[in-house]
Structure formats: structure tokens, C-alpha cells
Design a protein. Sequence first.
Length: 619
Amino acid sequence: MAASFDIVVIGGGHAGVEAAHAAARLGADTALVTMNLEAIARMSCNPAIGGLGKGQIVREVDALGGLMGWAIDAVGIQFRLLNRSKGPAVRAPRAQADSGRYSAEVRRLLEETPGLTLLEGTVEEIETRASGRLPEVAGLRLDDGRFFKTRSVIVTVGTFLHGLMHCGPKQTEGGRIGEPASVGLSRCLSDLGLCLARLKTGTPPRVDRESVRFGALAEQRGDEEPVPFSFLTDRIDRPQTCCWITHTNQATHEVIRANLHCAPLYSGQIRARGPRYCPSIEDKVVRFADKAHHHVFLEPEGVDSERIYCNGISTSLPPDVQEAVVHSIAGLEHARILQYGYAIEYDSVPTDQIGASLEVKAIGGLFLAGQINGTSGYEEAAGQGIIAGINAVRRLRGQDSLILRRDQAYIGVMIDDLVTRPPDEPYRMFTSRAEYRMTLRCDNADKRLTHLGRELGLVCDHRWEVFQRTCRQSAEAEQSLTRARIDGVLARDLLRRPETTLADLIKRSPALEALANLDARVLDGVEIAVKYDGYVRRQQRQIERYRSLEDRRIPPGFEFDSVPGLRREAREKLAAIGPGSLGQVARIPGVNPADVAVLWVAMQRAGGAGPGPNSSDSA
Ligand SMILES: Cc1cc2nc3c(=O)[nH]c(=O)nc-3n(C[C@H](O)[C@H](O)[C@H](O)COP(=O)(O)OP(=O)(O)OC[C@H]3O[C@@H](n4cnc5c(N)ncnc54)[C@H](O)[C@@H]3O)c2cc1C
């Protein structure tokens, strides 16, 4: 008899681990099948978690009860709060990871998760059965012949589908360095009727720590008081590691220009689109020809690791040219390259084929998350993974999908962007993608999402208690500020002044002294809430205005063709995307405000324009 699971997750990368953990935590009998259990949550590229836009996603995953924030707090080797001197809307935590320990920690957390089975193997085929209007997932088959029955599969296979690595003229099949490509599964997705596209990404060389002349380089240190990612981590006491900064120079650029003919990106060998925001060094030298140098950050891959990641010189130039490039850089004159940089082309699934729940529109029970959806980055993958895990369980139980709104989470922004404006190059999160970034701050991710995680059943009692304590302390601090006066002025009003900090006020007023005992993150949150109250309120009014459009739900299967007066372009776009709300309609490129108005009238006539249940509120 074939073993059977409620849900099977394919791939133990950053999307897969969150999906499997969430599904099992919600009570589904879940299996995670991955090629190599040792490579769970492996960092294919940069040994770091977080950063601008990405740090917010990690906090959101954490607030919902996910793994990433907790794992990086346990093994991070250098923590920094980025944009500390700028507004709170754009601040974000980032940490260098001990990448080996990160994998081990995530695996440990998965092994401790009840209801989750970890299996090593390569999935070749997803089987479906006919059922009603759409085929439904029935099971999956591994390359060693094992078959598992299941009603739901979440595919999170990263860069592995038909992966082809490039290093100069040499091309090697593989999912990432040292690991095989996933060819059978790619073929199977095509056979199931999915259209696939090619994307590309790349990684820089790693050099031997012993061979770097650090004395010549500027140090980049972590924060004196590391700020944790997880709302559950009290403090991080571990000693912090140092990173170093160096630069490319004219000699580097000359080597690159002289060898562009053998760069796969320029020789025509690589045809797929890469991430514009994260260009290779050969791309930078060509596109920004007037720049005399580019930063290179030297980042250790772990405390005991001999490998240093050369952040900033991602490349697929041939090995001998990489040697010349690296050796032209100050501090790296005698560096020994342990792994050459390379680029990888892989299959992805254009996201007009999935809905906002991350389920494939044409196959019941098949969910996709992570790099397969055209995104790039560990955090983006984790954010989709947790949503796919939740929605796979909710579907099995006949419940509404969890669809986070754009004003609720960066994860909501990302998924809405993916399904409304399917990207044609790897998508990564930036704060500028969010129109409500004053609301979607990293300090308040718990206030935005922990409640929801608790209702869903993902947030454990401990996290819930910590959250309630935070809320109590925040309310207490806000009340004190509305009562205490300093020189006749209300403390709350004083705090609104740009030059005043909460720490100053606590020192100046005996009535506020008790606040010094509260958690530093609570105080930070209160200070931001008071200082930016006006902006946040204004944004809330804006959100409410747009909410009326978001709440006008479009029933699944709505016949856009039958709407009189809709322009042909709009009709085609709407049929391709299948939007779930009038708000989403308004964001589809090629659909104009007049089309929205025509559709609204038609929906009213059809009686389907009432404010439907907001999925996330009804979770
Ligand atoms: C060369 C390279 C460069 C990159 N550069 C960047 C960058 O510059 N910036 C950035 O943000 N991100 C970069 N990334 C991307 C980053 O690694 C991914 O975005 C992130 O890891 C995606 O997470 P994921 O969970 O979707 O997939 P992954 O982390 O890739 O995990 C996929 C998992 O699926 C498993 N798997 C695959 N096929 C099967 C199968 N058939 N059966 C069972 N298991 C299977 C694999 O073993 C692996 O464990 C790069 C990746 C690579 C490989």
C-alpha cells in the first residue's frame, strides 16, 4: 500500500521548510520530500538574512509563527538594523548567518515539529485524477519508484528545474553548485499543462579567509546592541563577527571589458532574464561605465568557515578571468578562490497561472511557492512558503484561503504583485513596492499579524503570551505619556518633536521613570507610534478609501467576456489574471479606470458586487 499524507511539500529550501512547518503545525499529516536532508534551508548564495524590504518579511513570517526569524537569531554572527537614521518605514534588520548552522538549526526545528515527516528523495512526477471541472492532485512519484498518495502538493524547488549553470563557456546541468538539476519534475509540470519560462541568477566567488589581506581593508562591524528578528528572542549575547569593505577599481574594470566576449551574459550563451537590481559585476561595468569603482563586501560564511563570500562581484566569467578580477582588488591580491562564481538558468512558472492563495488555477490542490514563482531571495521564498502551507491546509478543510492584503503585510504586497502583474524578471522585495510602508513597518509586524496567526492556529501559547505582554506594555507606556507633563507640556506632545527621544523624556520625568523597565522593543514601537501618528492616520484613511474596492469581491469563474462595454485589451487581461476583487482589477496593467467603472456596474447588475468576506479577516 502506498504511504499517504494530507500534504506533501517538494523541496526543503526556504519556501519548503516554512510551508511544511506551517502545514504540520496546523494539524495536517505532512511530508517534506527533498533531494538532500543535509541541504535543508541551504543558503545558495549570500550568507545573510533580512535587509531592506526583506527584513520586514522575516518579521511577518515570525509574527505568523514561522521559522526564519527564530533560526537566524539562533545562529546569526553579525546583526545590523539598516537605515537606523532614516524613517521607521524603511528600517530593517539584517544579519550575517553562519550558513551551515542555519541549515542545521532549521532542520532541528523541523524534526521537532509533530506531524511532519522528512524524507530524502527526488520527485519526478505529480499525478492527478479527473475531478469535476479541474484535475486534482492524487499523488507523487519519486525517481526510485516510491509513490505517495496525497490530495495536496506544494512545489518549492527553487532554481532546480532544468537548472543549467554557466562558468565561462562551461555549462553544467545542476540545481546549484554540486547538486543535480530536477529534470523529470520540470517535464511533468509541462505535461500537466503549465507554461514554463526561463530565468537567470548568479553568485560571486568565495575566497579562502587565510589568503585575504584584511589589514588593508575597512572593517564593517555589527550593532553594539544586536536587534533580534524574532519577537520571541529576548536578546542576542553572542560575540559579533566583523565583515570588511573593499572596492573594484579601473584595473578590475579593464580586465572585465577585455573579456566580455567570453562572458556568457554577453556572448549570447545565457538568454534568460536576470535580476536587474542585482547585476553581475560584468553587467555593472557595462551599464555604469562612468563609475570608477564598485563596493565589494567580504562576508564570512560562518564563524569556523574558511569561506569568505565576495558580495558585489557576482559573475559567470571564466575561472582564469575571475582570478584576474579578484586579484585586482585591494586585500584580495593573493586570495585563493575556493568556489568560482557562476550563473544559473532555470525554469519558473509565470504567475498568471496561480491565484492569490498560491494554488495553480488549473489543477486543484497544486500549490507553488518560492523561486519557482519567479521571485529571488530566501525571505521572499519563506513568505510565500508559509502562505502556501496555510492555504493547502485550509483548502483540505474547505475553508477560505488566507489572502493577506497590501495594507496588511509585505507578503500581501509581494503575492498581489506576482499574481496581478506577473514579473518577467526575478522579483525581489523593496520597500518602494509597498504603497503603505508607514503602516507595514518591521517594528509592528506582530501587531499586524500575530492575532491572525493565533486565529489560524499557528501561534503557540508562548508567542501569544509574549504578544499580549507587548500590547499591555505598549498601552501602559502610551497612557503614561498622555498623563505626564514636563515643563507644563504633555510628554506625548514633546515626543512628537523631531529632536526629542523617549529615552530623554524618561530621564527628565519621574512620572515616566517606570518605563525604563519595559522591553526596549516596546519602547521603540511606542516612540515610533507617537512620533508618526499623523502619517499613520493619514495612511489609514487612504487604506479605508481603497478598502471599499478591495472588498468588492469578484466571484470565481466570472465571465468577463459577457460584460458589455469592456475594451478588448481589458477583457483579455482580466481573463488571463482572473482577479478576485475590484481592487485587484484596478492594479492590472492595461486595465484603466473606465474599465473598472464598467465592470463595477456589470457586477452590480449581476448582483455580485456586495462587499464579500475579506478572506484574511474571516480566517
Ligand atoms: C547561483 C544562485 C545565485 C543566487 N543569487 C541570489 C541573489 O543574488 N539574491 C537573492 O536574493 N537570491 C539569490 N539566489 C536565490 C536564493 O537562493 C533563492 O531565492 C532561495 O533559496 C529560493 O528558495 P526556494 O525555497 O524557492 O528554493 P531553494 O532554496 O533553491 O530550495 C529548493 C529545494 O528543492 C529541492 N528540490 C529541487 N527539486 C527537487 C525534486 N524534484 N525533488 C525533491 N526536492 C527537490 C532542492 O534540493 C532544494 O532543497 C541565488 C540562487 C542561486 C542558486
